[in-house]
Ligand binder design. Structure first.
Ligand code: HEM
Length: 126
């Protein structure tokens, strides 16, 4: 849950891009013409209060206690490793790596029962 929350707030990849191979109509609202590249910004999806609730900007690993569907109104909006057949092939390796790395680090620290978390760096929209 902690790793999922870190990857939500600080996704390692800035953008993923998809090119429309044909005209795509989205809910009678948006038309993406063939050949247009769409830039998908994971951090914007990951911090949208409409998807994650009013605490979207807070570090709260518990939100993942029922998995991504329990944490986010639309599961497909959680994309630290991208989406579709082009999803990051390193995902499982990385998740395993991070668990090993965290256990090695945490084994060398002790924590007070009430921990105050100050998030840094904060997100700057440009
Ligand atoms: C925390 C670490 C990593 C993150 C957050 C990450 C994230 C991503 C993302 C977002 C994409 C784009 C997926 C898309 O376009 O939908 C991607 C693609 C890719 N990643 Fe990773 N990745 C990580 C580590 C790795 C590792 C360790 C490897 C290799 C061992 C790897 C290999 C690749 C490859 C080859 C692609 C291109 C896949 C394709 O276009 O078909 N990644 N990754």
């Amino acid at each position: 849950m902690v790793i999922q929350e870190i990857l939500r707030l600080y996704p390692g990849v800035g953008f993923t891009v998809r090119e429309a191979l044909e005209d795509v109509q989205i809910r009678n609202k948006v038309c993406v013409p063939k050949g247009v590249n769409t830039w998908i910004w994971p951090i914007a999806l990951h911090r949208d209060p409409e998807l994650w609730g009013p605490d979207a900007h807070n570090f709260n690993p518990e939100r993942f206690s029922n998995g991504v569907p329990g944490a986010c109104r639309i599961s497909l909006a959680y994309i630290p490793f991208g989406l579709s057949p082009r999803t990051c092939p390193g995902m499982n390796l990385v998740m395993m790596d991070l668990k090993v790395m965290f256990s090695l680090i945490l084994a060398n620290f002790s924590f007070p029962s009430r921990l105050i978390i100050i998030m840094f760096p904060s997100l700057m929209y440009f």
